[in-house]
Design a protein around this ligand. Structure first.
Ligand SMILES: [Zn+2]
Length: 380
């Protein structure tokens, strides 16, 4: 965060306004947001009569169908289902507002050289051995904002025509880097083994569309529209099906891992809760782990610590903050009673309409669903 300078501060503040309005799906579903890149007046990459926007949409819709058909307790949300234009920042907003657990953006590559071919998968970040090729993929994709009439204000400080603008991604650390990398590897693996795409690997670069997502997120480049073989494949029914199947299979592995890990951590918490009363002398750790999850309402992000008299936190109770990604995240209300926090949330939303409930266990932020699960087990 020390690198934030000049116009980037504005951009930073601008992006901080996009808070997720709810942290989890109320029915306990895993929520995946599928984002077909481009659309409407923005065709993306073009080759003859073939457009990236339609390849992306075909593969995205097929992927969603496969997931809906085969995965239980999963909700699929699309950023678009038809040929319409959606702003880049709106895509992340859709994911954040729906409390999504995973975000996948689907794109098609293009290169000056017609021999470039194959699939590659990206997560947000800066590679140590960054190549100009990876940077230019991100720069090309970020150019989508040029179709937005007010992009100068909306993405203040970011100029898609200047590669130097990529520096804004230097200070961004993705909170979900590990999960994003896992999923990116799974997607890439299936692209190669199932769809038999030439393997261009997993990379990191600064994609605006991933930047605003508050969950693990990847961007897949299915192939090159500028390569005749890739293009023929991506516009064929077989190609669309295999590419969609690859993303679906990767999702299925990711979901299984996710559910195993969630079950494990809930069991771990529940076990330590039940063993606590009979085993009081094992030290602080076991006492601490036996605490009840605490709910709060997050209502404000700030890059600086606010002064105690600041009007933004006046007249709110139990105001606190935690630091994440170099930002101060302000919360109010503190209770182990979920119904109570929902009431507080309603109050806070009169002032901060995007305020949402979060949960902590032993001072660490945890998923609200997991917190409810632990609360339920403790009350038995
Ligand atoms: Zn694209």
């Amino acid at each position: 965060m020390h690198k934030i300078t000049g116009p980037f501060i504005l951009l930073f503040i601008l992006l901080c306004c996009h808070l997720p309005s709810s942290a989890v799906d109320k029915d306990g579903n895993f929520v995946i947001v599928i984002d077909p890149g481009h659309g409407g007046k923005d065709p993306g990459a073009i080759s003859g009569k073939n457009t990236e926007k339609s390849i992306n949409l075909n593969v995205a819709l097929k992927t969603g169908q496969l997931i809906e058909k085969n995965c239980k307790k999963v909700k699929v949300i699309y950023t678009r289902k038809t040929d319409v234009f959606i702003e880049l920042n709106r895509r992340g907003e859709i994911a954040n507002k729906s409390g999504a657990d995973l975000f996948v953006s689907i794109h098609t590559n293009s290169a000056k050289s017609s021999s470039a071919r194959g699939a590659e998968t990206y997560l947000l970040g800066v590679e140590e051995n960054r190549t100009s090729a990876n940077l230019s993929v991100a720069v090309e994709e970020n150019k989508a904002i040029l179709y937005e009439s007010d992009y100068q204000t909306r993405y203040e400080g970011y100029d898609p025509k200047s590669p130097e603008s990529q520096i804004i991604f230097e200070f961004m650390q993705n909170e979900y880097q590990k999960e994003s990398l896992n999923f990116a590897r799974m997607v890439q693996k299936q692209m190669v083994s199932h769809a038999h795409r030439s393997d261009r690997g997993v990379h990191q670069a600064g994609f605006l569309v991933l930047w605003k997502t508050a969950m693990p997120s990847v961007l897949v480049e299915l192939g090159f529209i500028s390569n005749s073989e890739d293009c023929r494949y991506m516009t064929s029914q077989k190609g669309v099906e295999e590419l969609a199947n690859s993303i679906y299979k990767a999702f299925d592995s990711y979901l299984n891992d996710y559910r195993k890990q969630t079950a494990k951590s809930i069991n771990l918490q529940a076990n330590s809760v039940t063993s606590d009363s009979s085993d009081n002398n094992t030290g602080e750790a076991s006492t601490e782990i036996a605490q009840s999850p605490v709910f709060s309402v997050q209502f404000l992000l700030s890059k600086d610590k606010l002064k105690s008299g600041d009007s933004r936190i006046m007249n709110l109770t139990d105001v606190d903050y935690y630091i994440e990604n170099g930002q101060y995240k302000y919360t109010c209300g503190k209770t182990t009673d979920y119904d109570e926090i929902i009431k507080i949330q309603a109050e806070v939303r009169k002032r901060y309409k995007d305020a949402f409930v979060i949960a902590f266990l032993n001072g660490n932020r945890i998923n609200v669903n997991d917190a409810l699960e632990i609360t339920k087990k403790r009350s038995r």
